[in-house]
Design a protein around this ligand. Structure first.
Ligand SMILES: NC(=O)c1ccc[n+]([C@@H]2O[C@H](COP(=O)([O-])OP(=O)(O)OC[C@H]3O[C@@H](n4cnc5c(N)ncnc54)[C@H](OP(=O)(O)O)[C@@H]3O)[C@@H](O)[C@H]2O)c1
Length: 353
């Protein structure tokens, strides 16, 4: 039996994780948490809001699936990594904001860090058992979101409803907006850097509209290994929860004989500057990625509330990065302070409703 603690049980990832847990008697849900929705009876231990590490202390899980959205997931990520408890990580924001602290905690704890993000799950699988010397670079694929192919002047008036209409993935609202701005791919770039220890100049982003190829690894002999499948998060969730067993899922195999066309192209960094800003923040290091994430969270919430135009999301993030000193955080308290200051700067830039 594997004892699972599911954080973010009411979300898009959380609900799909419950389906996987229900289908596997060897997975036991011992604890579940949400931010505000009631979840009484979902698991022997439940918690709504509050400090997630209190719940984890009581639950004593073998594996934490962190599917909380945003910086709120940082404490739980560090808790699991520090104790060497397997961490199935959907909450990419925690690794972006706390990358250095997370790596140090992971090194001390010695547990497994299993990515749930489909691109990173793909990279993990393509890299597994491979010598780092053989790897030339990583290639993260991006669908391009609902506004792929548009120019900046065509994005001036886009509404939250338009931005929420993602072409390939059905996800929570924050990550869906991040996909429309390409901030999501920026977060994933930083996530990949910390997960796989590959420098930024060797992580490439390509647009691939159907999300069939989840990511690729280029090897030094010219070969490229790709991971393909239908865009269905149950596959990477199941992979992480049942690792290393690789359990069966209800997801059908790819229909190749029916005709499958794979299209790739370069991202438009002019129209979608958040991808460039994330790369710069990652390369500068320290708390710059934390600032990028915090300002982006504030700006996305304001866009969803109708208080900020779509194109201003990037402007808010750029200004928060310019105002920050980026000094590395030596502990969680310093990180929380860097996050708070970035939110304050971003908030100050957003018109009051
Ligand atoms: N959805 C996807 O396909 C997908 C793919 C790859 C990666 N991810 C990543 O997975 C994470 C979750 O995404 P999602 O799409 O599932 O988001 P979502 O549908 O918005 O769900 C977010 C979950 O987090 C909970 N939550 C929010 N604040 C919390 C807090 N302070 N304490 C405890 N729980 C809290 C929410 O609870 P309430 O319902 O009570 O608010 C909800 O259960 C994100 O980091 C996202 O980037 C998602």
């Amino acid at each position: 039996m594997k004892r699972i603690a599911l954080l973010g049980a009411t979300g898009s990832i959380g609900r799909q994780a419950l389906e996987i847990v229900d289908a596997h008697p060897e997975l036991e849900l011992v604890a579940a948490a949400s931010g505000s929705q009631p979840i009484d009876g979902l698991a022997p231990l439940t918690q709504v809001g509050g400090d997630l590490t209190d719940l984890l202390e009581r639950a004593e899980p073998d594996c934490v699936l962190n599917a909380v959205v945003g910086f709120a997931g940082v404490g739980a990520t560090l808790w699991a990594l520090e104790r060497g408890i397997d961490l199935a990580l959907a909450n990419k924001e925690s690794l972006v904001a706390a990358g250095d602290l997370a790596l140090a905690a992971h090194a001390r704890g010695g547990g497994r860090l299993l990515p749930v993000d489909s691109e990173h799950s793909a990279l993990f699988q393509c890299l597994e058992g491979r010598s780092a010397d053989h790897v030339e670079s990583l290639v993260l694929t991006a669908s391009g979101g609902p506004f792929r192919g548009r120019r900046r002047d065509e994005l001036v008036d886009v509404t939250p409803a338009e931005a929420l209409a993602h072409p390939t993935w059905n996800m929570g609202p924050k990550i869906t907006i991040d996909s429309a701005t390409l901030a999501n791919k920026g977060l994933e770039l930083v996530e990949a850097h910390f997960l796989f220890g590959v420098p930024y100049e060797r992580i490439e982003i390509v647009i691939h509209p159907t999300s069939t190829v989840h990511s690729l690894v280029r090897l030094r002999d010219g070969a490229a290994l790709a991971h393909l499948g239908y865009p269905d998060m149950r596959v990477p969730i199941s992979f992480a929860l049942t690792y290393p067993e690789r359990a069966v899922t209800p997801v059908p195999p790819l229909d190749l004989a029916g005709g499958l066309t794979l299209e790739f192209g370069a991202p438009d960094l002019e129209t979608f500057p958040l991808l460039r800003l994330a790369r710069e923040a990652g390369e500068r290091g320290g708390t710059y990625p934390c600032v990028f994430n915090a300002a982006n969270e504030v700006a996305v919430a304001a866009f969803l509330d109708g208080r900020l135009p779509f194109l201003e999301i990037a402007a808010v993030v750029e200004e928060a990065l310019a105002a920050a000193d980026g000094a590395p955080a030596r502990d969680l308290d310093e990180l929380v302070e860097a996050d708070r200051r970035a939110r304050e700067t971003a908030d100050g830039r957003i018109p009051v409703a």
